[in-house]
Design a protein around this ligand. Structure first.
Ligand SMILES: Nc1nc2c(ncn2[C@@H]2O[C@H](COP(=O)(O)OP(=O)(O)O)[C@@H](O)[C@H]2O)c(=O)[nH]1
Ligand SMILES: [Mg+2]
Length: 363
């Protein structure tokens, strides 16, 4: 097999390029991730594996494999790449010298690093402040960074003015089903007017998943259904046209389970009338090491917002903030405990920052 990478501005288009070239039959997805390129633009890379014979046929047809001008271009490109890497090293060196000589920067950097903010983001901030007075004063620098964090965070306002289909995705056990139940109760009973809510379950992998959602739906007297095929999914959504909000619960996926991802993408991409909004449920307790994989893999689903769960289980929000800073997604809701429907809040920067500042001031 040969691995081939398709690049586009969004995951769907990259996947479609692969389908256009090879069709779906011989296509197997190796990975899908979003990356910030050197020019600052976010792009999506989908890597697929295809049989070598097919790759040669689709890529080169009858042409000879490599002509001379091609390999010259490649040599030039790789030289440019090396030069760029050398420049980066030099830039880092200069910056590190300045930083090492400035005790305020070292101290503040150590503090924010300890709280979970990444050195990539911090170095970026410091290098733009190097020639200013801000880096000479500890409290000034801390306030500056907090303000930058505040500015970078985004909140997505709740909007039920048009019918909505919301699909919650995320790793197993983060609180998707519980949050669905809270949202269902909120929309059906706790807003300015009652909205007509239905629950749809794709979580057929997890033992007890259907019973769990049925239990909530019965208590709240809300319509619910389970589907396992894309066809069934389309039929159900069509039958539910007159609902204001359809909440879709999904299988908890390990970020490494590519097959389940592709299946979920098929659901999201199926040709139905309504747009499907995809919201990533992320636990506030998320580990730094897992965060990047979660994003790279779930962003394949074109995320609309992040719902942060298990707010009540930690006092340290740096890792989470770092996630929001790096990936530029808006937050929509916070889940702050296990109680349905009470422990759900509209996302708020103040709420998150207050907790982070409390943590920073403590240490
Ligand atoms: N402490 C706390 N527990 C939560 C929260 N949200 C969900 N849980 C608990 O986390 C566990 C897994 O939740 P579930 O909704 O089944 O997760 P799913 O696998 O993503 O659907 C359950 O025991 C929930 O009660 C929260 O905000 N705080
Ligand atoms: Mg669940």
């Amino acid at each position: 097999m040969i691995n081939e990478t398709f690049v586009a501005s969004d995951p769907k288009s990259a996947y479609e390029q692969a389908v256009e070239k090879y069709g779906t039959a011989d296509l197997s997805i190796v990975s899908a991730k979003q990356l910030k390129y050197d020019d600052g633009v976010l792009r999506c890379e989908v890597v697929i594996a295809v049989p070598q014979v097919l790759f040669m046929e689709k890529s080169f047809g009858d042409q000879p494999l490599e002509d001379e001008s091609n390999s010259e271009d490649e040599a030039l490109l790789s030289e440019i790449g090396e030069l760029k890497a050398q420049l980066e090293v030099m830039k880092d060196g200069i910056y590190q010298e300045i930083q090492a000589e400035n005790p305020v920067i070292s101290e503040v950097k150590a503090l924010f690093l300890k709280k979970g903010i990444s050195s990539v983001w911090l170095d970026d901030m410091f290098s733009s402040l190097i020639s200013t007075g801000i880096v000479e004063d500890r409290s000034l620098l801390v306030s500056y960074l907090l303000e930058e964090i505040d500015e970078a965070l985004k909140v997505r306002e709740e909007d039920l003015s048009t019918p909505k289909v919301m699909m919650l995705v995320g790793p197993t056990g983060v609180g998707k089903t519980t949050t669905i139940a809270k949202l269902a109760a909120r929309y059906a009973y706790l807003m300015d007017r009652p909205y007509k809510v239905a629950l749809l379950n794709l979580d057929s992998y997890k033992v007890g998943a259907i019973e769990q959602i049925e239990h909530y739906a019965d208590i709240m007297q809300i319509e619910h259904a389970s589907v396992s095929s894309v066809e069934g999914f389309k039929e159900k959504l069509e039958a539910m046209v007159d609902y204001d909000v359809i909440l879709i619960d999904t299988a908890g996926m390990s970020p490494y389970d590519t097959q389940k991802f592709i299946r979920t993408v098929e659901f999201v991409n199926s040709d139905i009338e309504r747009d499907i909004e995809v919201d990533l449920v992320l636990a506030a307790t998320v580990k730094y090491e897992d965060m990047e994989d979660i994003y790279k893999n779930f962003s394949f689903l074109n995320l609309d917002s992040v719902i942060i769960s298990k707010f009540d289980e930690t006092k340290h929000f740096g890792t989470l903030l770092n996630f929001m800073l790096l990936y530029d997604l808006p937050m929509s809701y916070f889940s702050v405990g296990q109680e349905v429907p009470d422990d759900l809040l509209l996302a708020s920067k103040e709420y998150l920052l207050e907790r982070f500042i409390g943590d920073v001031n403590e240490g």
